[in-house]
Write a protein that binds this ligand. Sequence first.
Ligand code: MGD
Ligand code: MGD
Ligand code: MO
Length: 777
Amino acid sequence: MGAPEANDEERMLGSTPGVPALGRGPLPGGRHSRHEYHHAAAGWGAARSVERVLARAGEPVEGFRALLVMNHEDGGFDCPGCAWPDDPSGLRLDICENGIKHVSWELTPPHADAEFFSSHTVSELRAWTDHHLEAVGRLAEPMSYDPDTDMYRPISWDDAFALVGEALRGLDDPNRAAFYTSGRLSNEATFLYQLWVREFGTNNLPDCSNMCHEASGRALTPAIGSGKGTVDLNDWEQADAIWLMGDNAASNAPRMLTWLAEADRRGAQLVHINPLIEAASRRTIVPHEYADMATFRTTRIGTMNVQVRIGGDLALLRGVAKALFETPEALDQDFIDRYTHGFEEYRELVEATPWADLVRDSGVDEAGIRALAESYRRSERLIIAWCLGLTQHEHGMDTVREIVNVLLLRGNIGREGAGPCPVRGHSNVQGNRTCGVNHRPDKAFLDRLAEVCGIDPPRAHGLGVVETVEAMRRGDVRVFVSLGGNFALAAPDLVATAEALRGCDLTVQVSTKLNRSHLVHGKRALILPCLARSDTDVQASGPQGVTVEDAMSMVHISYGMKAPPSRHLRSECAILSGMARATLPDSRTPWQSYVDDYDRIRDTMSRVLDGFEDFNRRARHPHGFRIRQLARERVFQTASGRAEFSHAPLPDDVDPGAGRLLLATVRSHDQFNTTIYSNDDRYRGLKGLRTVVFMNDDDMRERGIGEFDLVDVTSFARDGTTRRVYGYRAVRYEIARGCAAGYMPELNVLCGLADRSADSGQPVTKHLVVEVTRAGR
Ligand SMILES: Nc1nc2c(c(=O)[nH]1)N[C@H]1C(S)=C(S)[C@@H](COP(=O)(O)OP(=O)(O)OC[C@H]3O[C@@H](n4cnc5c(=O)[nH]c(N)nc54)[C@H](O)[C@@H]3O)O[C@H]1N2
Ligand SMILES: Nc1nc2c(c(=O)[nH]1)N[C@H]1C(S)=C(S)[C@@H](COP(=O)(O)OP(=O)(O)OC[C@H]3O[C@@H](n4cnc5c(=O)[nH]c(N)nc54)[C@H](O)[C@@H]3O)O[C@H]1N2
Ligand SMILES: [Mo]
């Protein structure tokens, strides 16, 4: 592993013709390999990989102690990884390989300190890969960018807050600032954040949801009157069919494997709908079954794999509906009559759609679609779960609504063991929305906020992620504040996003680890280091807990367990209150009192937020509480007061054009979004390489491309512009014909700002139109 070189920055962008691109993981040693993965998902390979990560983190004993209480009812802290719920029965140990990686990565020593920053210029650090930046360790103290030396220098908290306040008060319009959130922020910090931002006077609250499940929330609301799923883990125990659409559970929600394996054991139908055949669709050892791991006994999971083409899910679901309509007894007519609206129109639309169109658009033959419908017909209770494979598309909202349509046909909403289940990403991304991070807040929420908090919140909608990048590029947004996350690498079109950030007067990053967003900064820049979820948080009234909401609307309190790695760190609530006071000197909001005792934040929240009554008491209940979900009780707060069938036309963008492919950007097994642990992707059988394009054998042969050949990838954006990465490697994979896949964030280069859904505003990062050619041609 060599030292980084100056042109490595270019190579990470893949922008040098004829030179192999560099991934954002550890510097590759030049060796990469491919093997078929025959073992179970989450078996011994997972255990060994955990060992390696813990060894690297350097604090195995502390690390293990923190891990063993993670996700447990008595005093543990909530896993900062994915949003899959804990097991309320406590019967399942429920820690997973990837959760362990995320926590141990958080528990690293604070080596990103003043000494570190005084030894490296920012230009020098830019040539480091993103893995190396985070591997430095935890951020140790507040730092401010000094343009004269091109280095970050220590700054006191008071001076940092004053700088933020001054910059914001100096703007001629509050809408010239934007405030980003990544989904790890606690509910309490989220509430303070949006309160500060709205009291300051803008709704510019872009968040990672804008790139993640925005389509799910926006589609579910008009369909069932709530933007959230209706199921909980009890339903997962009762379902006799579970469809997993566009979700790589083995890597991204490993604790779900437990539930899939149990469902399989009781004979439930499990269907994986994905253009890639992923590991979780075959066999697994569920994370808590250590005895099984010792004996290599695997649990079969996956009764059916439906290899849809990219963007073909709506057509597939409509085909299922078409087959169901052939046997009226398959429909729950009673439910449809009592609880739904728009059924006849939907039936006409479906019946008028020829099989040929459905087969062409889904990429699944008629027999395959009918087999799926038959499986549904045989199942009494169906859960349809989905993740990014469905949302990061132009027609993501229509597809989510088609899921609801298909569930409604057999009365599968509002009863045990059935319903829609968006699998959320970040551990608290759902809670961020509930607690007010939303650039399109509804009137009722703003009215309550105004009344309870005595502020006058702005009413006009604010900017989402891509709109923020565009506004920064135009010079309309001058100050950018980021609570967690890594905007510079997570947003589309990395080159345009970097230009946008560099144009700002001030960028402020509240973070735990060094990342690209600290190096791609505004004229002035601050790094404000905060406590992580695993750190103890002591304020005037004593140790503080914070709450999160999981993907199934369960809210529970969590306490950090470990002494903070540096005494200079502050909690997110304290940093927010410091920035708020400096920005709003005349504010009547009791900022300091909120920080002294988070119960006071929760008291205010209980008066503003629906379903948070008696918040302080209920959050301390052993497993917290479930936010009431009316759709679960078949009360649909929609325009008609019933669940709404939708009537979208079939998407018109499934054919990328002659010679072109549709490319989906996905995660490897060894990364958490922009945090890259290694260059391996165990379940896909790949070692030592991230700059790859997974392709179908026939598509490779047609282009004269062999395994590991160097290829260039050109993308065609909607505004007619093209983007290119050079020096990637083709890898043969069981992926639908005409489709390709590669890793985010490397391939974010290929997604133009114009490549976003007109419906949801989401970048279409699972639906890029590309050409793959042998390198140098
Ligand atoms: N370990 C780990 N856990 C994570 C994360 C992580 O990076 N690492 N990220 C977290 C976050 S923020 C999120 S949002 C989730 C993401 O969880 P996932 O949604 O599982 O993430 P992706 O890797 O983007 O993969 C999406 C899946 O969609 C499939 N797909 C692509 N296009 C289509 C399509 O057109 N139709 C269908 N049906 N499928 C398609 C891909 O083959 C892939 O299996 O995971 C969360 N959990
Ligand atoms: N092409 C493409 N692009 C994508 C996606 C895709 O599938 N394809 N997925 C999108 C999705 S689903 C998402 S959610 C976004 C993710 O976008 P982000 O949420 O912006 O990115 P992360 O990589 O999760 O952020 C990691 C950083 O968060 C900071 N951090 C970690 N823990 C904490 C904490 O407790 N507090 C604070 N303040 N900071 C912390 C650390 O400094 C770390 O470097 O990316 C999106 N971008
Ligand atoms: Mo996400």
